[in-house]
Design a protein around this ligand. Structure first.
Ligand code: C5P
Length: 219
């Protein structure tokens, strides 16, 4: 049987990593997991059930229940994508037990998928979840660019949001994600870093396909 390829994509929010992951999965016929949506599923369910962000025991119990009944289709719910869910998500994703529980789901997906390969995007895929990934990418852009993209995206959905508020929330979230003790957001030492501030998604795809072609020719 051919070797299954694992592609790890990490980076901050609105860097373009999700668009890249989805498009790449389609192009290569690989399975795709948006691991941010997995963390968001916990935060969204907490909001629905009225669980307080300080009630760590309840949050761990919830994460365990989610793991036991997990189905990947749950990650497609557009309600996971709101900024309210995103902010709570970055607070509960510092809880080590929650990360351990979600690590099992992600590793299982990466190592036991039925497609030719798997693509996972998140914050710690190349460093913690799949340190042996065949290809590691870190997708980034300036905070200002990412905040402008996010504001436009929200306004297009008729959600009122000011650039200043989005920028401030993004800076706080990045700081929390990059500075937490456990699995902080950072490029793996062997990641290929792409700054998407001044290039569009087609150019990003071109660069990434070149990196993949080069790496896979050596496997
Ligand atoms: O990528 P997205 O914005 O959906 O992620 C939401 C939050 O989930 C991040 O701000 C981060 O706190 C957390 N997360 C994480 N590890 C991952 C993916 C997401 O801690 N692998």
């Amino acid at each position: 049987m051919d070797k299954k390829i694992i592609i790890a994509i990490d980076g901050p929010s609105a860097s373009g990593k999700g668009t890249l992951g989805r498009n790449l999965a389609k192009k290569l016929g690989y399975d795709y997991m948006d691991t941010g949506a997995l963390y968001r599923l916990i935060a969204k369910t907490m909001i629905d059930k009225g669980i307080d962000e300080k009630d760590t025991d309840k949050i761990i119990e919830l994460a365990t229940n989610i793991k036991n009944s997990f189905n990947i289709s749950q990650l497609s719910n557009p309600e996971l994508k709101t900024d309210t869910v995103g902010i709570l998500t970055s607070k509960i994703s510092v809880i080590p037990e929650v990360r351990n529980i979600l690590t099992d789901i992600q590793s299982n997906f990466a190592n036991h998928n039925t497609a030719k390969g798997a693509i996972l995007d998140g914050r710690d895929i190349g460093t913690v979840i799949c340190p042996h990934a065949d290809i590691k990418l870190f997708i980034t852009a300036t905070t200002e660019t990412r905040a402008a993209r996010r504001t436009k995206e929200l306004n297009e959905k008729n959600i009122s949001a000011s650039y200043e508020d989005v920028l401030k929330e993004m800076q706080e979230r990045d700081k929390r994600d990059a500075n937490r003790d456990i699995s902080p957001m950072k490029p793996a030492h062997d990641a290929y870093i792409i700054n998407t501030s001044y290039i569009d998604e087609n150019e990003v795809m071109k660069k990434v396909l070149a990196v993949i072609g080069n790496k896979l020719s050596k496997i």
